[in-house]
Design a protein. Sequence first.
Length: 307
Amino acid sequence: MKNTGLVKKIWGVIYPMLIYLGIQILLINVIQTVCAAYWYFNGFTSMEEINILIAQTLHGKELVLTMMSALITIPILIIFMKKDIEHKKVAHTYKKFELSNRWLYLLILPFGFFNMEWANMFVSVLQMFMPKFMIESYSGAENVIYGSSVAVQFLAAGFAAPVVEELIFRGLIYKRLKDLVNIRWAAILSAALFGVFHGNWVQAPYAIIIGLVAVFVYEKYKSITAPILLHMTANIASVGISYIAQKINETQNISTQQFSDWYILKAISISMLNFFALAVIMGIIINKIVKPKEVGDENINSSNSML
């Protein structure tokens, strides 16, 4: 019985990711089937021809499909989170906290931005030493992200992805891991799974860092809103900076070839350390100021607590 309970808890950690991936696969298959039927009834009987038309139709739409999958998945994840709360109430292990002052959430904005900057720079340094196969593992994801319009990037990466990923990795996986291991290991394991989930060597280190930082704000604010806001800030800033850098490069044709690898490494490292220091300072401020208050009375309106 004890082993059965452990297997059930481990499965509870795994299946939230599978739900999201399954919905993505199902959505793509449904769209492909609808497209195939459309082209068939419009006189195209060759499957090879239909497959080419489907590929052309879906080309460049990967990020849109990911966003659609996220929007479908989000309500399902919220239901699971509410069920987890009900189970904890039955087991008398549920703790409710008053929602922090809304102005304190503004501290998350610079904290998310500074962590995004130093984490991206850290990955840039790592890329200088990564073997070719690791860097190439990112090419598919890079084409999906930057192959879409900026508007789609902002909507998908800036809003939809942070919500669905935080519900999965902090709202469900992290909280469920805390029933299996201590809080430190729960943070590390949930962040590691978040890194693996991205499916390539370049994004994984960045995702692990953001995952750990997201756990920090989740524990400080005791609300899933906090890591979602942090994740949104990081992604929106990242998309915005990438877009601006691309436009500057197009207009001024800036090339880094004139600089030595050592010069580039030194410049990135100094900037990384500066942003890391700023992130640490903001983290200390959040740690000192944000003090969520536990609510003892279960009859207090649930609006005082956010999952």
